[in-house]
Write a protein that binds this ligand. Structure first.
Ligand SMILES: [Zn+2]
Length: 265
């Protein structure tokens, strides 16, 4: 059937940012305000930690079929809009995964929502276990700045690890060094062996999407003596070992050389 489809918004987004160009990568905390006549439809939603917000990106250009993921890196080649999650597309439907913080009446408080204030909400769906593909193949859309790359990695690690601990930041720092040398760390050619806390190992597994088998790309050893990760790609081995005398409070601010002893062979 070709023809018009009429959709009626069920709510709206309340957020500090009003312009798509001002929306940071990874989204922001926001409130999904559901119109009173649809509130009954929220029954039971608080049992979910994550929800899909399907919205209408009302400020998006609709005349583009090809664009680049410029927010991540303006130097990257163009992709078709159906191969990207950019807001520009013929039907600017927003698909945003958000963490559900709490529900109060007709208001759902979420974090990490990539939709500006005033965005009409079309639908809300729970994120299910069945939605999880632990190690999907995805294009390598590399952030131009290291800060951008680390921000995206921090988001990935948080989504996987579900707590924001010091070792998560340590894992992000290790993975961004590995990425500088080996490229995409969740590529099938990269493997990692983690030594340290369970948190470090868990975050490195989340960042690399390395499984223990089929094929084995990840392994770990729990240690309270040493924090390190050994990365392999092709014939090369990269060893990143945390310096013993470094405090753990300031991990994102310190230089690589202050934090780690790095060896490539
Ligand atoms: Zn942790």
């Amino acid at each position: 059937m070709r023809g018009d489809i009429v959709l009626t918004p069920i709510g709206t987004i309340l957020a500090e940012v009003e312009e798509p160009l001002d929306m940071p990568l990874g989204g922001l905390p926001a409130v999904v305000e559901v119109y009173p006549e649809y509130v009954k439809g929220l029954k039971g939603i608080e049992e979910n930690s994550h929800i899909w917000i399907i919205s209408w990106f009302h400020k998006a250009p609709r005349d583009k079929l090809v664009t680049s993921p410029w927010k991540v890196n303006p130097d990257l080649p163009e992709y078709g809009v159906f191969a990207l999650r950019t807001y520009a597309r013929p039907n600017p439907i927003g698909l945003s995964l958000a963490e559900l913080i709490t529900v109060e009446g007709n208001r759902i408080y979420v974090s990490g929502l990539d939709a500006v204030g005033g965005t009409p909400v079309l639908d809300i769906k729970p994120y299910y276990e069945n939605d999880i593909v632990f190690s999907p193949d995805t294009p390598y859309i590399r952030g131009k700045q290291r800060e951008t790359r680390q921000k995206l990695m921090t988001r990935h690690a948080r989504t996987h690890h579900r707590e924001d601990c010091n070792d998560l930041h340590m894992a992000v720092r290790m993975a961004s060094i590995a990425e500088d040398i080996f490229g995409k760390v969740n590529s099938p050619e990269v493997s990692v062996f983690a030594v340290g806390s369970g948190c470090l190992a868990d975050c490195l597994q989340g960042l690399t999407r390395g499984r223990l088998a089929a094929p084995p790309r990840f392994d770990y050893m729990i240690s309270d003596q040493e924090y390190s990760s050994i990365w392999k790609k092709g014939g090369q081995t990269l060893i990143i070992k945390a310096q013993k005398n470094v405090g753990f409070d300031n991990i994102m601010m310190l230089d690589d050389e202050v934090l780690f002893h790095i060896e490539l062979k």
